[in-house]
Each structure stands twice: as C-alpha cells, then as structure tokens.
Design a protein around this ligand. Structure first.
Ligand code: MN
Ligand code: MN
Length: 300
C-alpha cells in the first residue's frame, strides 16, 4: 500500500473541526485524522507492506519549465505551497511520528509524491494499492498487474477502490489514457488549461478514436481524417501545449529513491519519541487504534 501522504493529511485537515486542539492549544485535527485514516485503510485492506510517500518537491522546476502555470494558483511568492492555517506544524508532527513509529516513508527532493509512488509501484511484482486524492495517479491503474487506486475524493471513510473498469466508467477512457484525457480536457486545479472547445466528452471520444494525445495530433495533421476543420485547427494551435502538458502529467517511474524496509512495523523505532509526540498532540486514542490496526493486519 502506497500512501500519497499529503492527500491524506489534507483530507484529514478539512474533515475534522478546527476546534480539535492539542493540550497546548494548537490545531491537531490533521494529526489525529491522518492516523485514524491510516488505521481505517490498514483495517480495510490489510496490506503486507506500507509506505507513506512524501512531497519532496510539490512543484518541481522541471514541470513548471514545461508548463509555467502548473500549480501556480497554489504557490506563494517565495515558491512554497500556500497551505492552510495550522497545517504545516501538523505535517511536521505527522512526519516525526511516522519516523518514530517505524512506518516507512519515501521522497525525492526533485520529485512529487506522484513520481515516488509510480517508482515504487514499478519496482515490485506484488499487487499495489495506491491511496490518493490526486487524479493523476489513475494512470497507474492496471488490472493485469493488480494495481488499484483508492481514491479519497469524498473523504477517507468513503474512499472508493478503482480498477480499470471503474476508471473507464468514471472517465470513459482506459487508465493508460487517463493522462491524455486530462491534458486534452485540462485540469484547472493543476493549472492545465486544456484545448479550447474540448470538454470531458470530446476529450474522451478523441482519445478513444485516435489513441492518446499523439494519435489525436497525428489525426489533426492528416487531411483525410474525419476531424471537423475547427477542431483540427484548435488541436494544431495547442500542439505545443499538448506535448508539454503530457510530459507534466505523466508520472516518472524511475526516481532514485533508496530501497526501504516497508513491512508493517511490529514495534516503534523510537518509543520515547512516540510517547512524547503522543502526549504533546493529545492523540493517545488515535495511536492506540493505529497500533491495533497494524497488529491485526500483521496477523491477517
Ligand atoms: Mn500529487
Ligand atoms: Mn499530481
């Protein structure tokens, strides 16, 4: 099970009321909700291995070099991510707790969690379940290799399991064409404008008729294809964008992340630190539930 950790703590942050505070009076809903979310996932899926993948670089320069507006809406002037009030301190606590608990984490300073997840998935022949709220990762779904996505859109308890059929039902394209679809339609939350006049429906039918962005571009160049003139022009005008945006949206599956011990921890790596952080954040029951979930999953 590969967790897109930022997806999980964002969901936890917004799902729990701001009135949840640590004994010191700091907002603590994201810390508690993150570990309760992990407990729920571990109970539901009984993974044999678990890695929390971190955003080593939430907006890599190599991606903004291709599409300048990529994630621009979420960037502060200094380039850091514009995070909601009180989240940063809780993220630091979650990361410290994961290390102290002995839960594996992985990241790379030049890549997003998306890429780290794709890399770890590519390295194993075992079934892989990716937990995320990031639609880009639907491109990893693969029935033959038993790759699924648990999508957190509607919250952790309502997380939906996506296989190839579920992706095709929701978006009208096979998982290997999800990135093509997203690039043609655009993805406003990531700052990808899409192609003028092409919405979700048209993007789906173009991808299925011509086989991805490159096939669509080839059809637009081919005088004998049955594309209407106006559409042909819109696609050709967007050719440079399509080429760059596809590179931005396609996850990198060969990031240099070190090999990690990813089995479920049977005991804390640093029990004193776990105890201190648990007291500081007032999360004794969430920690107990997480410990129980790990024990049950190890027995399963
Ligand atoms: Mn992501
Ligand atoms: Mn993404």
């Amino acid at each position: 099970m590969l967790i897109d950790a930022a997806s999980l703590w964002y969901r936890a942050y917004y799902a729990l009321p701001s009135s949840i505070k640590s004994p010191e009076g700091a907002r603590s809903g994201a810390v508690r909700g993150f570990f309760d979310g992990l407990s729920t996932l571990v109970r539901r899926f009984s993974p044999t291995e678990l890695v929390c993948c971190l955003e080593g670089n939430w907006r890599p320069r190599w991606r903004t070099g291709l599409v300048a507006g990529y994630k621009a809406d979420r960037a502060r002037e200094d380039g850091s991510e514009d995070t909601p009030e009180g989240l940063d301190a809780q993220v630091a606590a979650i990361e410290a707790l994961l290390a102290a608990l002995g839960v594996a984490t992985a990241s790379h300073p030049d890549f997003e969690a998306d890429d780290v997840i794709a890399t770890l998935a590519a390295r194993t022949a075992e079934p892989v379940c990716v937990v995320t709220g990031d639609r880009d990762l639907f491109q990893l779904v693969d029935d033959e290799r038993d790759r699924t996505v648990v999508y957190l859109a509607r919250g952790i308890s309502k997380a939906e399991l996506f296989d190839g059929e579920a992706v095709a039902t929701k978006f009208g394209v096979a998982p290997e064409h999800y990135a093509d679809f997203a690039v043609l339609r655009g993805d406003p939350s990531d700052g990808l404008p899409g192609v003028p006049g092409i919405g979700a429906k048209t993007a789906t039918s173009l991808v299925n008729a011509y086989g991805g962005v490159n096939g669509v571009l080839a059809a637009a160049l081919d005088e004998s294809s049955d594309l209407p003139a106006r559409r042909r022009r819109a696609i050709l005008d967007a050719a440079d964008y399509l080429d760059r945006a596809l590179k931005v949206t396609t996850v990198v599956d060969h990031v240099e992340v070190p090999l990690i011990e990813s089995g479920l921890p049977s005991e804390a790596a640093d029990p004193a630190a776990v105890e201190a952080l648990t007291a500081q954040w007032g999360i004794a029951s969430a920690m107990r539930r997480f410990g129980e979930a790990l024990t049950e999953a190890r027995r399963a």
